[in-house]
Design a protein around this ligand. Structure first.
Ligand SMILES: Cc1cc2nc3c(=O)[nH]c(=O)nc-3n(C[C@H](O)[C@H](O)[C@H](O)COP(=O)(O)OP(=O)(O)OC[C@H]3O[C@@H](n4cnc5c(N)ncnc54)[C@H](O)[C@@H]3O)c2cc1C
Length: 375
């Protein structure tokens, strides 16, 4: 694949840059109040959608623009370069719906998901089923034209702000565990759903426990066939794993420049030991960028993401965590005394990157399986 912009792509990029410069809300990254930050993210989703920048590569009939995935990459890259608020993550849940939903479900769920009128969360993990997701216990019992759901989900990111959930539940306890799971599209506003936010180490309540007590879901809101839940879950996480967006690289480079600045302020740039650490951080960013490009190339040739996402997920987590660790090393006690505000929070935000979307150890297991390595 030729990674240079075609004339059309270059024109799109130039218009987008101008649009971003005109519309990025000033001071958005200084907002500390959580409710305000959530409102800003929702508002940014709608602003982008109204300008035609959400769902660039989605089919036109479901609210997208039917363009090549290259345009998504340009949007990601320029958003990262210009320090725009985070892009809405409609991708992985949307892709699951897009791949497995009936035509009626697509018409109902995809347009409001793209426009930001409905917010979604992913209800897969449970207290006893994270890495071993197939052991999940939340049950969905068929009762006439409804399923009755009971159980507890854990780490449901954004659960407290979501309207809808892509939920996995066991519909058949009598078959091998991977085969007895089904997926559902369910409103978290239904009676019987209780959401309890979880505050993580960064101090933010970005995820939640969700309790499901006798929640009734109409049969027509099952996604895919009964027992197809495992396949749907794997499709979802394959789109979730890996940066798959060049915007992460732009944000990484911005952070690296800040870390270099911290090192320069402390007179460390002339010391070989620190130069080596900074050079390593640069190389990690480049490896990640090239991996991203390779993934983009696959998407452009129409190949859906597969287990290679595990390599990307490992590289991403390692690069992000190493860079934040380097910042901590440079800052030393300054961070603890509060004279280098902001870094501790981003350090803690980087820690779960190697856990969500499947832990680093699980990604290594997947890679080992693909390479036929002994287990
Ligand atoms: C911030 C955050 C956001 C999240 N968001 C969501 C979300 O929106 N929706 C959702 O469904 N889930 C979400 N998760 C859950 C996440 O997917 C799980 O935490 C993850 O899969 C690990 O599961 P666990 O926490 O139960 O740990 P466990 O599975 O109990 O693992 C504990 C440790 O053992 C290791 N381990 C387990 N099994 C093996 C093995 N076979 N081989 C080698 N090592 C192993 C793991 O790598 C880990 O280090 C989120 C998690 C976090 C921290």
């Amino acid at each position: 694949m030729d990674y240079r912009d075609t004339p059309e792509e270059a024109g799109f990029r130039a218009d987008l840059r101008q649009w971003l410069a005109d519309h990025i809300p000033a001071g958005w990254d200084k907002i500390e109040d959580e409710q305000e930050a959530v409102a800003l993210r929702k508002g940014w989703h709608r602003t982008l959608y109204q300008a035609g920048y959400v769902g660039l590569s989605w089919p036109v009939e479901y609210g997208g623009r039917g363009l090549s995935p290259v345009y998504d990459a340009i949007l990601n890259e320029e958003s990262g370069n210009l320090n725009a608020p985070p892009l809405p993550s409609v991708g992985y849940i949307g892709r699951a719906i897009f791949t497995y939903a009936s035509e009626e479900q697509k018409q109902r769920f995809l347009p409001p998901l793209l426009s930001g009128d409905t917010q979604w969360c992913q209800g897969f993990s449970e207290p006893e089923a994270g890495s071993d997701l197939a052991s999940l216990r939340t049950s969905a019992r068929l009762d006439g034209d409804h399923y009755v759901v009971n159980g507890q989900k854990m780490w449901t990111s954004g659960g407290q702000y979501a309207d809808w959930c892509l939920l996995l539940a066991r519909t058949d306890p009598d078959v091998p565990k991977h085969k007895g799971i089904s997926a559902f599209l369910v409103s978290v506003k239904e009676p019987g759903v209780t959401v309890r936010p979880i505050v993580i180490a960064s101090g933010e309540a970005e995820t939640a426990e969700v309790f499901w007590d006798d929640v009734r879901i109409p049969v027509h809101q099952r996604l895919g066939a009964p027992g197809e839940g495992w396949r749907i879950a794997m499709t979802t996480v394959s789109y979730e794993r890996g940066p798959a967006d060049i915007g992460f690289i732009a944000a990484y480079r911005r952070t690296l420049r800040k870390v270099e600045h911290l090192a320069a302020e402390r007179g460390l740039l002339e010391q070989p030991e620190w130069r080596k650490k900074l050079a390593r951080a640069y190389v990690q960013g480049e490896v990640l960028r090239l991996n991203c490009m390779e993934q983009l190339s696959s998407r452009v040739s129409g190949r859906p993401p597969g287990p290679e996402g595990s390599v990307a997920k490992l590289l991403w987590a390692d690069a992000e965590q190493s860079l934040q660790h380097l910042a901590m090393d440079i800052l030393g006690a300054d961070e603890l005394t509060g004279s280098a505000e902001g870094w501790l929070s981003s350090y803690f935000t980087s820690r779960p990157v190697s856990v969500y979307g499947g832990s680093a150890q699980i990604q290594k297991n997947i890679i080992a399986r693909m390479l036929d390595l002994p287990r």
